[in-house]
Design a protein around this ligand. Structure first.
Ligand code: FAD
Length: 380
């Protein structure tokens, strides 16, 4: 067993860190305040090979494994989670095309994602179906050689920017098995009857745009079906298993930033005549944060490494996602507490981290859902 990153992996980390520090840092506060983003940063990320990193070489990507892709995610998030996730989700769902799509679909959809010429979103969640995804009711009814889609989706990352949306739709409502009622269908966003409305007012990751999507008799060719009809739930599980590692890496990045900010602050803040860092209660917080970050990183490293060996360990992936999410929230909370009143203001990065951290407990499966997955696997 080797706990060191390879030279190549260290280079990936350095490149990601340099890019994020050079491009994110200065704009992070502005994007957070205005809920905005500058596409020039995304274009630069694409030029440097940071977009669609897992897409295989034959479709124009670098074909990175889960482990290496997570290293980028962690570094980006140390600098700014909002910008990190905007770039990180620009090819959201491409894994499903790569694994289940036809050769024609792969050639059509994947290369433009790597070059930054197209953006892809994945629409699973509905107003009445989030954790219980099998309850999703957006329908796709076959008429001749087309599917007609009706319904709505909510909280969809990159829903406005996207050129293509991978839609989780109900195609087989009468199937006795509720996990075989859905399919994944690619939909180009310029199709008639489709509308995306921005959802403003997010607590954190405010550089990342989210939207509500509505489908009113949207017609797509049957050739846009990805994989087999009725296999949508299994495909969404495949996607979650990959993306939960990314969410765990994101959480570790946020926690690292919280620790870095805290160390810097407690060394210079004088209370009762001495630096805050000299008080034992501060030292315990710093030591706990360091330990939890290490524990979280080891969890997601192992889960990612296993995926790269072809082993999908559901309980380990769920453990990494739930532990890292809770850990990030706790670390951001402690960092803000150590900053006292100053931390409560937007002048200090810890306020943003506190707001950004919470999403890692919500998307890609809430903490509770991850625990249910673990328990189901442990108790079966
Ligand atoms: C910023 C943001 C970006 C997002 N991006 C996307 C995206 O790109 N694509 C997409 O499809 N979705 C996206 N989502 C949606 C996200 O995945 C869902 O919000 C999440 O899965 C939770 O679903 P829900 O909001 O419907 O909450 P609910 O499912 O209603 O859950 C509410 C609460 O109940 C708990 N709960 C639910 N079921 C159980 C149970 N059986 N036992 C115990 N507790 C339970 C949950 O843990 C949670 O605490 C995004 C959400 C946000 C906020």
């Amino acid at each position: 067993m080797d706990f060191e990153l390879s030279n190549e992996q260290q280079d990936i980390v350095m490149a990601a860190k340099e890019f994020a520090e050079g491009e994110f840092q200065e704009r992070a506060e502005e994007f957070d305040r205005d809920e905005s983003f500058d596409e020039a940063i995304f274009q630069k990320a694409a030029e440097l090979g940071f977009v669609g990193v897992f897409i295989k070489e034959e479709y124009g990507g670098p074909g990175m494994g889960s482990f290496d892709a997570s290293l980028i995610m962690e570094e980006f998030n140390v600098v700014d989670p909002g910008i990190a996730i905007t770039i990180g989700t620009s090819a959201f769902g491409a894994e499903v095309i790569e694994e289940f799509g036809t050769e024609e679909q792969k050639k059509k959809y994947l290369p433009p994602l790597v070059t930054g010429d197209a953006i892809m979103a994945t629409a699973l969640t509905e107003p009445d179906a989030g954790s219980d995804l099998a309850a999703a009711r957006t329908s796709a009814v076959m008429e001749g050689d087309e599917y007609v889609i009706n319904g709505s989706k909510i909280f969809i990352s990159n829903g406005i920017r996207a050129n293509n949306v991978l839609c989780f739709v109900q195609t087989d409502p009468d199937n006795d098995d509720r996990h075989k009622r859905h399919s994944m269908i690619m939909m180009e966003t310029d199709r008639s009857g489709f509308e995306a409305t921005p959802l403003k007012g997010k607590m954190g990751i405010r550089a990342s745009e989210t939207a509500e999507l509505s489908f009113n008799n949207v017609r797509v060719p049957c050739s846009n079906l990805v994989g087999d009809q009725g296999n949508g739930f299994a495909q969404s599980t495949y996607l979650f298993n990959h993306n939960r590692i990314g969410a765990a890496a994101q959480a570790v990045g946020i926690a690292r930033a919280a620790l870095e900010e805290s160390i810097r602050y407690v060394k210079k803040r004088i209370v009762f005549g001495a630096p805050l860092a000299t008080f034992q209660s501060t030292q315990f917080k710093i030591a706990d944060m360091f330990t939890w970050i290490k524990a979280g990183r080891n969890l997601y490293y192992e889960a990612a490494w296993k995926i790269d060996q072809g082993i999908i360990d559901h309980k380990l992936i769920a453990a990494a996602k739930s532990f890292c999410g809770q850990m990030a929230v706790k670390c951001a909370d402690m960092a803000l507490q150590m900053h006292g009143g100053y931390g409560y203001y937007s002048d200090y990065k810890v306020q943003r981290l506190y707001r950004d951290a919470k999403i890692t407990e919500i998307y890609e499966g809430t903490t509770e859902i991850e625990k249910l997955i673990m328990a189901r696997n442990l108790l079966k």
